[in-house]
Design a protein around this ligand. Structure first.
Ligand code: URA
Length: 434
C-alpha cells in the first residue's frame, strides 16, 4: 500500500477501506508517513468528506493508536462527558458530583484551556494543592471510592490524535466533521467509559457556528460510539452567550459550588439535568427521565453532590475547605462594576469575545506554555433577554490592576447589543440525539 495512492483516491472522492485507514493512522503514528503526506490527506478528507463507515474506521484506528483504558473493575455504571468547548462552561464541575452522588462512576480525563475557551483541569487547580496527575491505580481508586475523578490526559491516550491535531492546527484542517469526530471520539473511546454523553455547542462562541453542523457532528459521534458498543447521547446546546454567569477559572469554580449549594443558574442547571438524566438512564441507574431528574435534584438539595465535590478535591490532594468557603479560592485584587450604557433589552452577547476579555485579563492562554491567572475574569449580572435601565450593573470585572480592569471594561461593553424591544431567543437546549 502506498500513501500517494491513498491520497489520490481520497482526492478523487473515493471511499477508503478500513484496512487503508488503519494503514494511514498506524504508519503516521509510528512516524513512517511524513507530515507533508498526512497534510495532503487531511485536506483531501476536509474537501471530500468521509462516509459513516470511513469515519468509524478512522476513529477506531485513532483510539487504538495508544492505551485503551480498562474501567471494567469499576462495574457497569462508568460514564464520561465531553463538551466541544465554550465560554463559561463549568458543567463538569457540577454534573460529575451530581451523578456520582447517584451511583455513576465518572473517570474523566480533561484538557486545559486554549484561546477563548476554558479547561476543566485549569479551573480545578483553583483549589490549593489540587493535583491532576496520578498513577493509573490511584485514578481508578478515586473513581471507585468517590464516584468521580478528573485527571489530565495521559501521554499515550490516542497519540494519533495528538499528532494529527497539531498538524490540523497549522494546515487549516480543523473544521472537518469526520476529523473532529475522529479526534473527540478516539479519546472518549480510549478512556473506557461504557456510557458517554456529549455536549455539542452551537453559536458564536462554539466550534460549530451553525445548528445544522452541530447536529451532524452530534449524530456522527453518537453513531460511532454505538458502533463501538457504548451507550450514547449528545445534546446540542446554545453557545451564543456564555453558560451561566461566571467566566474565568476560580470564578467558575465558585459558581459551580454555588449551584451545588442551591443557587439558581437556569441554563447551567438545565444542562446538568439533561446530561445527568441521560447518564443515569443510559447506564441503567434510573428507569426514566422523571426518576433520574428527581434523583439529581435530591443529590443537590440533600448536599450529597457538594460533599462529593469536597471528597474528590480532597482525594486529589486539594484543600476542600474552599468547597464550603469559596472566599478561600484565588481572588483578584481589583473588582470593577460595569454599568449599562443605555436603557433597553440585551439582544445579543458575543460569547467568544467575552471569553477573550477573560483571556486578556490573564485568565487564558494564547500558547500552551502561558501561565494563567486563576483569579481573573468576568461575572455577568444580566444575560440576553434582560431589561436594564441606564446605569444598572451589567457585569463585574475581576482584574489584576486598575489599568487592566479599564481595558477589559471597554472590551466587554463592545460585546453587548442593546435594543428597545426584546429579540427572539431560540431555546437553550436545541435537541438531544440518541
Ligand atoms: N476538540 C477536539 O478534541 N478535537 C477537535 O478536532 C475539535 C475539538
Amino acid at each position: 500500500m502506498h500513501m500517494t495512492d491513498l491520497i489520490e483516491k481520497k482526492k478523487r472522492g473515493l471511499v477508503l477501506t478500513e484496512e487503508e485507514i488503519r494503514f494511514i493512522i498506524d504508519r503516521y503514528t509510528a512516524g513512517e508517513i511524513p507530515d507533508y503526506q498526512m497534510s495532503a490527506m487531511l485536506m483531501a478528507i476536509l474537501f471530500r468528506g468521509m462516509t459513516m463507515p470511513e469515519t468509524t474506521a478512522l476513529t477506531m484506528a485513532m483510539a487504538h493508536s495508544g492505551d485503551m483504558v480498562d474501567l471494567s473493575a469499576l462495574g457497569e455504571h462508568t460514564a464520561d462527558k465531553h463538551s466541544t468547548g465554550g465560554v463559561g462552561d463549568k458543567t463538569s464541575l457540577v454534573l460529575c458530583p451530581m451523578v456520582a452522588a447517584c451511583g455513576a462512576k465518572m473517570a474523566k480525563m480533561s484538557g486545559r484551556g486554549l484561546g477563548h475557551t476554558g479547561g476543566t483541569i485549569d479551573k480545578l487547580e483553583s483549589f490549593p494543592g489540587f493535583s491532576v496527575s496520578m498513577s493509573p491505580e490511584r485514578f481508578l481508586e478515586i473513581a471507585d471510592t468517590v464516584g468521580f475523578v478528573i485527571a489530565g490526559q495521559t501521554a499515550n491516550l490516542a497519540p494519533a490524535d495528538k499528532k494529527m491535531y497539531a498538524l490540523r492546527d497549522v494546515t487549516a484542517t480543523v473544521d472537518s466533521i469526520p476529523l473532529i469526530v475522529g479526534s473527540i471520539m478516539s479519546k472518549k473511546l480510549a478512556s473506557g467509559a461504557k456510557t458517554i454523553v456529549l455536549d455539542v455547542k452551537t453559536g458564536s462562541g462554539a466550534f460549530m457556528e451553525t445548528e445544522r453542523d452541530a447536529f451532524t457532528l452530534a449524530q456522527e459521534m453518537v453513531n460511532v460510539g454505538k458502533e463501538a458498543g457504548r451507550n450514547m447521547a449528545a445534546v446540542v446546546t446554545d453557545m451564543d452567550q456564555p453558560l451561566g454567569f461566571a467566566v474565568g477559572n476560580a470564578l467558575e469554580v465558585k459558581e459551580a459550588i454555588d449551584v451545588l449549594s442551591g443557587a439558581d443558574v437556569p441554563d447551567l442547571m438545565e444542562l446538568c439535568m439533561v446530561l445527568g438524566s441521560n447518564i443515569l438512564v443510559r447506564s441503567g441507574l434510573a428507569d426514566g427521565d422523571e426518576e433520574a431528574r428527581a434523583r439529581l435534584k435530591d443529590a443537590v438539595e440533600s448536599g450529597a453532590a457538594l460533599r462529593k465535590l469536597a471528597d474528590m478535591v480532597e482525594a486529589q490532594g486539594g484543600d476542600s475547605a474552599a468547597v464550603y468557603d469559596p472566599s478561600l479560592l484565588p481572588a483578584a485584587p481589583v473588582q470593577r462594576s460595569v454599568k449599562a450604557p443605555r436603557s433597553g433589552y440585551i439582544t445579543a452577547m458575543a460569547a467568544k469575545e467575552i471569553g477573550l476579555v477573560s483571556m486578556h485579563l490573564g485568565g487564558g492562554r494564547s500558547t500552551k506554555e502561558d501561565v494563567i491567572d486563576l483569579s481573573v475574569g468576568v461575572v455577568l449580572r444580566a444575560k440576553v433577554g434582560a431589561r436594564l435601565a441606564e446605569g444598572d450593573e451589567l457585569a463585574v470585572i475581576h482584574a489584576p490592576d486598575e489599568a487592566a480592569a479599564l481595558r477589559a471594561e471597554e472590551e466587554l461593553l463592545a460585546c453587548y447589543t442593546f435594543a428597545d424591544e426584546p429579540a427572539y431567543r431560540p431555546p437553550f437546549i436545541r435537541g438531544v440525539v440518541t
